[in-house]
Write a protein that binds this ligand. Structure first.
Ligand SMILES: CC(C)(COP(=O)(O)OP(=O)(O)OC[C@H]1O[C@@H](n2cnc3c(N)ncnc32)[C@H](O)[C@@H]1OP(=O)(O)O)[C@@H](O)C(=O)NCCC(=O)NCCS
Length: 311
């Protein structure tokens, strides 16, 4: 019997997910709640839980396009945020129903992951059961990206600080400058995600490059005290209890290539280290050399996967 996510027991659903998934992708009930029903683009009509006699047999979470949150995304692209099932047949049934609902709504594409408040930037390459399932369902493969990690216990910033650059965490007074920076440089998803995160965790979750009062670069920094982990921090269950995360990170276009990004990264990592972070994750990136110079190594690799829905 299919039921909606209304009043779902997220701890039970997370335990079910963990029983089906490699340990690197384990989650807790609160993370599942945050990334499903707590998201403004959670698709209540297409997501469901399959149960029989009170036993969970599978569940699927679909997200709508983030077009209602910020400009850019295609309104006709939906996202398969996650799917878990005890037997493949339940997974196939769940997805058949999802495809039919989305098709009837005129959606053109179903993207695996990459949703607003995502778990997955793509299908993990070390999760063959999920990869095979998506291939059988007709998904096509695209580019690859990685998450990287290192322990910050003995981290020291190797990057010189360019003249005039100042680095520090934000305070309440810096919020208007942050908003101006995003409008100038990253007005879409990074603005939305970071400003939402600031509203939940407070301004010190942003570490920035300042020139006087002006912000010219930012890094989102998360640690084990956060209420609503996002990005790579969704995998905190499989990390040390003193986990942390960095990213997104970006500097103003006209400053790039002059050492400020490197110094921003190094200063932000020292800030996380001083807050007690040990295992730190940087997610959804192709810049392996940029982060590698700070000792980060890839720990997860993902392949972008999407399904064209028939017109
Ligand atoms: C990535 C970014 C923050 C780097 O900042 P920056 O000020 O340009 O970088 P730096 O000048 O300090 O360069 C640091 C090193 O990283 C390398 N690097 C910088 N950007 C790179 C890129 N996009 N690809 C590969 N290497 C890069 C530089 O060549 C340099 O190497 P070197 O020390 O051997 O010369 C900046 O380019 C940016 O904001 N890009 C757009 C947003 C983005 O892509 N963020 C990362 C998402 S994961």
């Amino acid at each position: 019997m299919k039921r909606s996510f209304k009043d779902a027991d997220f701890d039970r659903l997370a335990a079910f997910w963990n029983a089906c998934s490699p340990e690197k992708y384990w989650i807790d009930g609160e993370q599942l709640r945050l990334n499903t029903v707590d998201s403004p683009v959670f698709d209540w009509g297409a997501s469901c839980i399959e149960e029989a006699d009170g036993e969970i047999l599978g569940f699927v979470s679909i997200k709508k396009s983030a077009r209602s949150l910020y400009p850019g995304p295609d309104k006709d692209v939906a996202h398969l945020s996650c799917i878990a099932y005890c037997e493949a047949q339940y997974g196939l049934d769940l997805l058949t129903e999802v495809k039919s609902i989305l098709h009837n709504r005129g959606c053109s594409k179903l993207q695996f992951g990459q949703d607003s408040r995502h778990f997955f930037p793509g299908c993990p390459t070390d999760y063959p059961a999920l990869h095979n399932f998506l291939m059988v369902e007709g998904f096509s493969e695209g580019g690859e990206c990685v998450d990287l990690e290192r322990n910050l216990l003995d981290y020291k910033n190797p990057a010189p600080i360019p003249d005039g650059d100042e680095f520090r965490a934000l305070t309440e007074n810096d919020i208007p400058a942050l908003s101006d920076f995003f409008d100038r440089e990253f007005p879409y998803r990074w603005k939305y995600d970071t400003m939402t995160k600031v509203s939940i965790e407070g301004p010190s979750c942003v570490f920035a490059l300042f020139h006087g009062d002006r912000i010219d670069g930012f890094a989102l920094v998360q640690d084990f005290t956060n209420k609503a982990p996002i990005g790579g921090a969704v995998w905190h269950v499989s990390m040390a209890s003193t986990w942390g995360a960095l990213g997104a990170i970006g500097v103003a276009k006209d400053l790039r290539g002059k050492g400020s990004g490197n110094a921003l990264l190094g200063s932000a990592l020292e800030y996380l280290r001083d807050r007690g972070v040990e295992q730190c994750i940087i997610d959804w990136t192709g810049l392996v050399d940029f982060y590698g110079k700070h000792g980060f190594v890839p720990t997860r690799k993902y392949t972008s996967m999407s399904l064209q829905l028939d017109p």
